[in-house]
Each structure stands twice: as C-alpha cells, then as structure tokens.
Design a binder for this molecule. Structure first.
Ligand code: TTP
Ligand code: MG
Length: 363
C-alpha cells in the first residue's frame, strides 16, 4: 500500500486509437500511413481527420486537420472512414481489462481512463511494474497499444501519459512533480487554449516554470479567476478523486414523430433541427463539446444509440454533420423511426476545449 495520504494514479490513453483498431483488423495496413476521418475525395473532400497512425504523423498529419490538407501531405496514405462499430467494442474490451487493475476506475473518454492504484502498490517503483503489466495485458488481449502516465494525482498522470507516446510509461513520483512540469509549455496545462497561451507567451511566460514564477495577482487581473486556478496548477496539485465523474454535463433534445418516419430524409431533417437547437444552447452556455450521441428508436420501441468524438466545437454545423452520420449508421436498414435524439457530452468551458485542439495539433 502507498503511504497514507500519498496517492498513486494512472492515466491510460490508447495510442492513435481509431487508426490502431483499423491496422489491427487489416494486416495489409501494417507499416503504412493510415488516416481515419472524412472522405478525402482526391483532395477536394470536406471534413476533418479524426486521427491517424504514427507513420502518418511523420508527414505532419494531425487530428482535426482538414482532410484535404492531410491528402496533400500524404496522398498515398490509406484513408478510412470512422467506424464506431469497431471502436466501441474495442474500447469496452480495454476498459474491462483496466478495471482488473483497480476497482477505483474512471473512464474519461473512448480511449482513456484513470485508475487509483494506491491500495495495490506500496510505492512508485511497484506502480511502474504494474503499469508495464497492464500495458502488456492490453496489447496481448486486444492487440492495441497504450501509454500510461503514473503520478500522485489526475493532473500529473494525464500530462505524463502523453509525455512518451506511443507505448510509453512515464512515472512522476511526488518529488519529481516540479522538475517534470518546469520545462513543459504552458499549453500542457488543462484549460490553456491558443488564446491564453498566446497571451502568456507575449508576456514572456512560455514554460510552466515561467508561469509559476509569474505574479498571481497580475494573472488574476488579466485572466480572472481562471488565472488563479492556473497559477495553482503549476504546483502540480490536484485533489480530485478518481472514480467520481466531475458533474456529467450534457445537453440534448429528442423528437417523437407524429407517425413513424420511414423516409431517411425526414429523419435527417429532424436531426438538423435538433442539432441547431442543441448547438445554440451549447453556445449560450459558453461550452464546447467533444462527444456527440444520437438515439434512434424504431417502430416497436427497439432503441439504439451511437456516439462519436469530434474536435472540440460549439458549432451547430459540426454537430449536425456528426449527428447525421451517426444516425445514418443506425438507420441503414431503412426501418421506420419513431423517435430521434441528439445530445452532446464531454462539455467543457471554451477555455478548456481549445486546449485539446491545440494539444492535438502540436503533438
Ligand atoms: P486521442 O487520444 O486524443 O488521440 P489518439 O488516440 O488517436 O492518438 P494519441 O496516440 O495521441 O493518443 O483521441 C482518441 C480518439 O478520439 C482518436 O483515435 C480519434 C478521436 N478523435 C477525434 O475523432 N477527433 C479529434 O479531434 C481527436 C483529438 C480525437
Ligand atoms: Mg489516445
């Protein structure tokens, strides 16, 4: 067991998740650049890259980049559509494995989760061995590679898991928290988006150490309450427990048809309307979403849901396109639809969300 009051937290994140599932399932793709996302249509396609494997990243391709740009960077890559029917079962299988390593478990997205292993390991050395064991088990049982960050809390574990990817393990015991954070760019901190980073950089605050040395009063004056939180984050402290979801936020709307809709065009028109309403509310609340969830209830009450991740957004158009694709993936049998619903989750304030986009682009 870890010392009283000392916690040991893992953040596990799969490596190039969607692309990894695709290459696992099709051996012909091994070693080739693989891009998962919208159809590039020979360079004229609209839409964005969901993710790509590490071979494709060598060409500069990144999540959330326009697919046309990805095509220009590497036209010979394999371009594949997003296929949640493959990713959701893969995600579930990984999450089941992770829960064998600790009951104190918190999924944080389709390909990431936190584990509190304080009761399983007496120190960080043991935790490192457990992380290696977990990583090997995931690889052996699912064919997927993951990276693990090990730290005294969620904040450090999360930053650590992305530190050495793919198939990395980064252990940051309490006494190394400050030296670990010091040289990292301020954008690594949760909530620091492009705008905040640009403002900080213009004041010669580039690294987390620079930010710690900055005057907290000046930060609060410039950034409001967030400036104070940000300054505290530079000490790497974080009390949030693992296993308690921080206020699950979602915004959604549903519509039941007067008479069951057999024509997909009618269903999609309703999806557009619901997406517009949900998008408006998201913007009014000052949120951005990362996950889109749709629900389709067929005549006879059989209900299916599907969900997909998108780059952080508050755009009704992004929501509509994602929702349309998801609904189509459920409706393809052409069965009459009784009810359709559109919901967004993984909501964060505008600040927090730009962080993810920027982080992805820079990785
Ligand atoms: P990430 O864990 O951010 O990315 P990744 O697993 O592809 O790559 P990495 O090795 O750097 O962790 O996201 C998990 C999945 O979520 C990713 O495989 C595809 C999806 N996703 C999108 O659809 N759009 C996005 O903008 C991002 C960032 C992710
Ligand atoms: Mg990942």
């Amino acid at each position: 067991m870890a010392k009283p009051q000392e916690r040991i937290v893992f953040h596990v994140d799969l490596d190039c998740f969607y692309a990894a599932v695709e290459t696992r399932d099709d051996p012909k793709l091994a070693g080739k650049p693989v891009v998962v996302g919208a159809d590039p249509k020979g360079g004229t396609g609209r839409g964005v890259v969901a993710t790509c494997n590490y071979e494709a990243r060598k060409f500069g391709i990144r999540s959330a980049m326009p697919i046309s740009k990805a095509y220009k960077l590497c036209p010979s890559a394999a371009f594949l559509p997003v296929d949640f029917e493959k990713y959701v079962p893969a995600s579930r299988q990984v999450m089941e494995i992770l829960q064998r390593y600790s009951a104190v478990f918190e999924p944080a997205g389709i390909d990431e989760a936190y584990l509190d292993v304080s009761k399983k390991c007496k120190d960080f050395k043991e935790a490192q061995m457990l992380a290696r064991e977990l990583q090997q088990a995931v690889l052996k049982e699912t064919g997927l590679s993951c990276s693990v960050g090990v730290g005294p809390n969620k904040l450090i574990a999360k930053i650590a898991s992305s530190f050495r990817k793919p198939f990395g393990i980064t252990v940051v015991p309490p006494q190394l928290v400050l030296p670990f954070l010091d040289p990292l760019p301020v954008g690594e901190l949760w909530g620091v988006g492009k705008k905040t980073a640009a403002w900080l950089n213009s004041h010669l605050i580039n690294s987390i150490k620079d930010l710690r040395m900055a005057d907290p009063v000046a930060l609060v004056e410039a950034l409001g309450e967030f400036g104070g939180r940000l300054h505290r984050m530079t000490y790497g402290e974080d009390d949030r427990p693992v296993g308690v979801e921080t206020e699950l936020k979602s915004i959604g709307r549903e519509h039941t048809f007067q008479s069951d809709a057999a024509d997909p065009a009618i269903v999609l028109r309703e999806v557009d309307r619901l997406s517009e309403d949900v998008g408006r509310e998201v913007r009014e609340e000052g949120w951005q979403f990362r996950t889109v969830v749709v629900k389709v209830r067929f005549a006879g009450f059989e209900t299916h849901t599907a969900q997909g991740r998108v780059a952080p957004s508050d755009s009704g158009a992004v929501l509509r396109d994602a929702a349309r694709n998801l609904v189509l993936s459920l409706c393809r049998e052409g069965r009459p639809v009784r009810l359709v619903g559109v919901k967004v989750t993984d909501l964060e304030s505008t600040e927090g969300q730009t962080h993810l986009a920027q982080f992805t682009a820079e990785r």
